[in-house]
Write a new protein. Structure first.
Length: 565
């Protein structure tokens, strides 16, 4: 190893004898202490099935690092299961966990002066959290998604966990028995791994490929496949090669063009609306201004070419079977929707990395010249109700225009209660406010209520508008991330039950049909509600967090560590 190692600050010199004593207590000998120190972080544990694939992959990565002359240093960080925290107060910690993950990895990598990093993600916020940390620390890094679960099967059809959410709503209508729901519950998630549809985890896994931060074509390999061990072992060797070469570093890879590539891949696959929040957050770590507006411009010019759930028919396993994410990237490079000159961790470009892969199969993924939709499966709306932006997934929608009457709820629980009791009607626009980054705090996801609505057969007969978030599994006329949020004085906080709201996803607009004079009178009478949490992590988060269009971040990037230079 010819390069100067950051870790030498902890190992070299007479005054580092105590430091070396700690290392020897961990079983390291002189040779191990002299080698590069490579952090390997994961969330392996028992919080969620999404992360339970990490164990064997981490072990393989450690083997790869050691075989290539490094000393692997395994550590872990937190994960908050979106599935288990959904539809109650615990969901407030989901987005907060993204920041905790990034901060905790930064603390270990910088505090212990590790030379390089391999990071695993599984449940939704863990993926952007790990990637944010990599960009922030800017040491040679490889991100690895733990992989999705296999789809379930019942009565001749594939299932994902979304089927269980929506089945609850169908039971409430009396159109499904609790016995059938119980069968779905037991069949929909047959293995460990993240959700099988193109929800947030699989979306952000594809994003890692578009950014060049991961092993090529790894993202759609199912989490339980032994192939992942081989790829992790290779990642261990590759990160050592990157350390020897001095790069490419994460900030070499995460450029504006790469972020546009990532947004294009989200749009082309009908990916999670959460990507519109996470891409600006990743950009912030690299010191790049890339807001929800920039994401929207890419979404608008990118065709939808993959039929993936929830808007389409297929799952991650189906993408793997036709050749993986590489098939989609190659097709988008050739059609000009992705810049193929952007670099990957191998030092090769996207164009070079994916030149030899299969063409689209025509069913799961179609030719961009004959797309499923002319523009992306996700759209950014503007208008007097969301002057700074809002997000809707249009993939799978039958109608892009909706006009209805507002029914305003001050939090998620109040709306869920009304939906469970079926005290709403066709033509309503259900508005859930005070659930934004500051107001929640934590910007809860609303999959519980949206799935109930869909399960009750009202998916496109009503709309739902919120300054909170939606799960990547959400479908229907659901508009989230409304900015500015209610608590900071956004127009959504001025709405009243009975107002007329018009949504036109084709024109990228959402407006409340109330004149400016009336809105001004309401604003003059408005006062900011008291904080919901006065102590603890949520209170700290509310004081720091920004609005959704900038990624709901808690600091101004990029972080600098000149003493390591």
């Amino acid at each position: 190893m010819n390069r100067k190692l950051r870790s030498r600050v902890t190992t070299d010199g007479l005054d580092r004898a105590p430091h070396r004593a700690f290392m020897r207590a961990m079983g390291l000998d002189d040779a191990a202490i002299a080698r590069p120190m490579v952090g390997i972080v994961s969330m392996k544990g028992e919080q969620t099935p999404c992360n339970m694939t990490h164990d064997f992959q981490v072990a393989a990565a450690k083997e790869g690092v050691a075989a290539a002359g490094g000393t692997p240093r395994e550590f872990s960080t937190i994960s908050v299961s979106d599935g288990i925290s959904m539809n109650h107060e615990g969901m407030k910690f989901s987005l907060v966990s993204r920041e905790l993950i990034a901060d905790s990895i930064e603390a270990v990598v910088q505090g212990l002066a590790y030379d390089a990093l391999i990071g695993y993600g599984g449940c939704d916020k863990t993926l952007p959290g790990v990637m944010m940390a990599m960009i922030r620390c800017n040491v040679p890094s490889i991100f690895i998604y733990g992989g999705s679960a296999l789809p379930g099967h019942l009565d001749g059809r594939d299932l994902t966990v979304l089927d269980s959410y929506e089945a609850v709503g169908t039971v409430l209508t009396g159109e499904m028995s609790e016995t059938t729901l119980a069968r779905i519950e037991r069949a929909c998630l047959p293995t460990i791994g993240a959700c099988a549809g193109q929800f947030t985890a699989n979306t952000m896994a594809m994003v890692s490929e578009a950014l060049g931060l991961t092993m090529p074509n790894i993202s759609m390999v199912p989490g339980v496949y032994a192939e992942r061990a081989e790829l992790s072992r290779l990642a261990g060797r590759r990160v050592m090669e990157m350390l020897e070469r001095g790069g490419p570093l994460p900030r070499d890879l995460v450029t504006r063009k790469a972020l546009e590539n990532a947004a294009a891949l989200v749009a082309a696959t009908g990916g999670s609306t959460n990507a519109a929040l996470h891409l600006p957050a990743l950009a912030n770590e690299a010191g790049i201004r890339f807001t929800i507006d920039d994401v929207g411009e890419v979404f608008a010019r990118t065709p939808l070419i993959a039929s993936l759930r929830p808007g389409g028919k297929f799952t991650a396993k189906d993408v793997y079977d036709i050749g993986g994410t590489a098939v989609i990237i190659r097709a988008l490079v050739e059609s000009g929707h992705i810049d193929g000159d952007c670099l990957t961790i191998s030092g090769r470009t996207l164009k070079e990395e994916f030149a030899g892969v299969h063409a689209p199969d025509g069913t799961v993924v179609v030719d961009p010249a004959r797309p499923l939709l002319a523009d992306g499966g996700v759209a950014i709306l503007k208008g007097n109700l969301c002057p700074d932006g809002a997000v809707i997934k249009v993939a799978g929608l039958k109608h892009l225009v909706f006009e209805g009457t507002a029914r305003v709820f001050e939090d998620d629980e109040a709306c869920v209660a009304a939906v469970k009791a079926r005290t709403y009607q066709e033509g309503d626009v259900l508005v859930i406010r005070n659930e934004g980054p500051v107001g929640g705090p934590g910007m809860r996801e609303m999959l519980g209520v949206t799935a109930l609505i869909y399960g009750q057969g009202m998916g496109e007969k009503v709309a739902l508008v919120t300054d909170g978030r939606f799960s990547g599994a959400t479908r229907g006329l659901c508009i989230g991330y409304v900015a500015p949020e209610a608590v900071v004085g956004g127009p959504i906080g001025l709405l009243r039950t009975g107002d007329r709201i018009r949504i036109d996803a084709g024109l990228r607009r959402m407006d409340v049909m109330v004149d400016d004079a009336e809105l001004s009178r309401r604003r003059a009478a408005w006062s900011r509600p008291a904080p919901r949490h006065r102590a603890g992590a949520l209170a700290k988060y509310a004081k720091l967090v920004g609005q959704a269009p900038g990624g709901a971040v808690t600091h101004d990037g990029p972080a600098e560590w000149p003493w390591f230079d």
